[in-house]
Ligand binder design. Structure first.
Ligand code: GLN
Length: 198
């Protein structure tokens, strides 16, 4: 059997542990990334949910911003929730520059004060069907650029997008036991051979 592909999870802050578990379930070998040298030899990277402003500050203070920026310009990347904000061309209400590689605009904490978190059925196009999406103080996608495909919808609203080898979701696929989106990212977006264990 071939070796499981090594996939990084940015592990400065946020829910990197659950993404690592989900990657393992989906047939990859998760690697925690908290220093520039951890990026060496990785096939793909996940930017998890958390607090986008804190993550961007930590990217600067750890010296990871440059290496992560170079990685996401060349290699497959999945951003979830705060990770989507990091990838977006512009993010409203975020006082730091983003990595800017994904041609969408997003608005941080956009579901209002009353509803910070909720679970709802999301229509997913790429892996097919519906899944339960957990939205935690989630951003909203306010503009989708021309080269960007909508891959997940909540009603009429885009909640998941793909631009070539860059994918991003406003919700948290690692918080539910359904591994279809991690498998889709590894196989379809990143083009990696994985044998999913569940
Ligand atoms: N509200 C967070 C932010 O602005 C994102 C929330 C999340 O990742 N669950 O960064």
């Amino acid at each position: 059997m071939s070796r499981a592909p090594r996939v990084g999870v940015l592990s400065l802050q946020g829910d990197f542990a659950l993404h690592s578990a989900a990657l393992r379930d989906a047939g990859a070998e998760p690697v925690r990334v908290s220093l520039p040298e951890h990026l060496e030899g990785l096939e793909a990277l996940i930017l998890p949910g958390g607090e986008s402003s804190t993550m961007l500050r930590l990217l600067d203070s750890t010296g990871l911003r440059g290496p992560v920026e170079r990685f996401v310009r060349e290699r497959p990347v999945l951003g979830t929730c705060a990770g989507l904000l990091l990838l977006a061309r512009d993010a409203d209400r975020l006082p730091y520059p983003t990595l800017g590689v994904l041609d969408i605009s997003a608005r941080r904490n956009a579901w209002g004060r009353q509803v910070h978190s909720f679970t709802a059925n999301v229509d997913i196009e790429a892996p097919g069907g519906e899944l339960s999406g957990v939205f935690i103080r989630a951003p909203r996608i306010t503009r989708v650029g021309r080269g960007v495909q909508v891959v997940a919808r909540l009603g009429r609203e885009a909640v998941g997008v793909r631009q070539g080898r860059i994918a991003a979701l406003t919700f948290h696929p690692e918080l539910t036991p359904d591994r279809r989106l991690h498998t889709w990212f590894l196989r379809d977006v990143a083009g990696l051979g994985v044998a999913a264990s569940r």
